[in-house]
Structure formats: structure tokens, C-alpha cells
Design a protein around this ligand. Structure first.
Ligand code: DX5
Ligand code: ZN
Length: 225
């Protein structure tokens, strides 16, 4: 977290996992033109999660195509230490690793920052929120997963809102991100619990009017800030 607490702002970060991956540039540009504050890129290695997506070579190709987009890299990988330098070189802005995937979270956070990126830490639905408390003061964001990581289009787990409430009560200026099944029918629960960074995949990329969805997601969050 920053030394001087900044007022919380709402940020909407579409996940392009369920977009047309054969035309990722178009999908990313469309999201930015629709009012996205950042892009959430889901990196999966087939080990930490039972699915495979893409790695740093793709991030590097995408970088110049959407130069003004902030890239939040959701690293659903075993050994997250391995890819820090490559992802920084590829143009990642934030490296969000999973607490379950490392034995040395503080050393990993240091490595991410030394590489010039912001650091985020995520937790799976089965991981108690207490496990991230020791690193909260060192990271820029905590990601509370609201589905089992691995696939887009799953159902939102409302029980995860307790974790968001726990963190918001203790860390009023912390950026708290929710990811998984977040759309127009679940955003109010996220907003009320205290989330301010909203990842939304299918609800945005499959919408006829992504701009309207992003704007409605934002209004729900802003009301509760
Ligand atoms: C799931 C990914 C999410 C996912 C979100 O493992 O981390 O970012 O793409 O997609 P929706 O919003 O469709 O659940
Ligand atoms: Zn994600």
C-alpha cells in the first residue's frame, strides 16, 4: 500500500479470457474504448489451475497494441517467482500472484517491485483470508477470488464477501479486487462488501453493449465508496 493513504477509487478491469482470443488486440481495444480502467489478463499454466492460456510472449505482443492500458496480470501459475522478470520485460504493470503458490510471499513481492511492477496477491475460495494478512501492508492489491480459478463463466460465490468485508474493515485504503462471476446481478454484493476493483469477464465481453455494462458496474461501486 502507498505510504500516504489515497482515497479509494473504483476501477473496472475486464477479463478478456472469454473474448475472441484470435483477435485479442481488437478485444482489448474495444474494452478500453468502452471505458475499462485496466485490463485483467489471465495467465494459466495447467498446473496451478486445470487450464492453459498464454504467457509473456503474448503479453509482449499485446503491449504496443494498447499502450495506454494498465495490464493486471493474474498469475494462476505454480512457481510465480519464475516469470517476474519476463512479465516486467513484456510490459506488465501489476503482477498478481496466488498466496497458495509460494512459500516466500514477501520475497516475491520484493522481486516484483524491483522489476518495476505493482504487486497483487490473490486467494482461492478455499484459502482463509487470514493467510494474506502478513503481506497486505506490502502489496498494492488483494484479489479475492469469487470462483475457483481456471475458467470464465462460472457462478459467483457470495460466501467470499465475508473475506472482502474482513479486509475492508481492517484496511480502509486497500485496493480489493474481486474476480469470477461478477456481473450486473452480483456487483451490488461486491460493492457493499467493500470491493473497489472489479474484474468482469463474460458479463462484459459477451454483452451487446459492453460500455453500458461497464458503466452500470461502476455506478454500483461508486455508490458504496
Ligand atoms: C477465472 C479468471 C477470471 C475469469 C472471469 O479463473 O481468473 O478472471 O476470466 O470471468 P467471468 O467474469 O466470466 O467469471
Ligand atoms: Zn482472473
Amino acid at each position: 500500500m502507498a505510504d500516504t493513504p489515497q482515497p479509494l477509487t473504483c476501477k473496472i478491469g475486464p477479463s478478456i479470457l472469454n473474448a475472441d482470443l484470435s483477435n485479442l488486440e481488437k478485444a482489448c481495444v474495444q474494452m478500453m474504448d468502452s471505458g475499462a480502467d485496466y485490463l485483467h489478463l489471465d495467465i494459466m499454466d495447467g498446473h496451478f489451475v486445470p487450464n492453459l492460456t498464454f504467457g509473456h510472449p503474448l503479453v509482449k505482443c499485446l503491449r504496443p497494441k494498447v499502450p495506454r492500458a494498465f495490464f493486471d496480470l493474474h498469475m494462476m501459475v505454480a512457481e510465480p517467482e519464475k516469470w517476474v522478470n519476463e512479465m516486467a520485460d513484456a510490459g506488465g504493470d501489476q503482477y498478481t500472484f496466488h498466496i497458495e503458490a509460494t512459500n516466500s510471499p514477501l520475497a516475491l513481492v520484493r522481486k516484483i517491485k524491483e522489476a518495476g511492477m505493482k504487486a497483487g496477491v490473490g486467494l482461492k475460495p478455499g484459502t482463509p483470508v487470514e493467510e494474506v494478512v502478513e503481506v497486505v501492508e506490502e502489496v498494492d492489491m488483494v484479489l479475492v477470488m469469487t470462483v475457483e480459478p481456471g475458467f470464465g463463466g462460472q457462478s459467483f460465490m457470495s460466501a467470499m464477501m465475508e473475506k472482502v468485508e474482513f479486509l475492508r474493515a481492517r484496511f480502509p485504503s486497500l485496493d480489493i479486487e474481486v474476480d469470477g462471476g461478477v456481473g450486473l446481478s452480483t456487483i451490488d454484493a461486491c460493492a457493499k462488501a467493500g470491493a473497489n476493483m472489479i474484474v468482469s469477464g463474460s458479463a462484459v465481453v459477451k454483452a451487446d453493449d459492453p460500455k453500458a455494462v461497464i458503466s452500470q458496474l461502476r455506478s454500483s461501486v461508486v455508490k458504496e465508496l
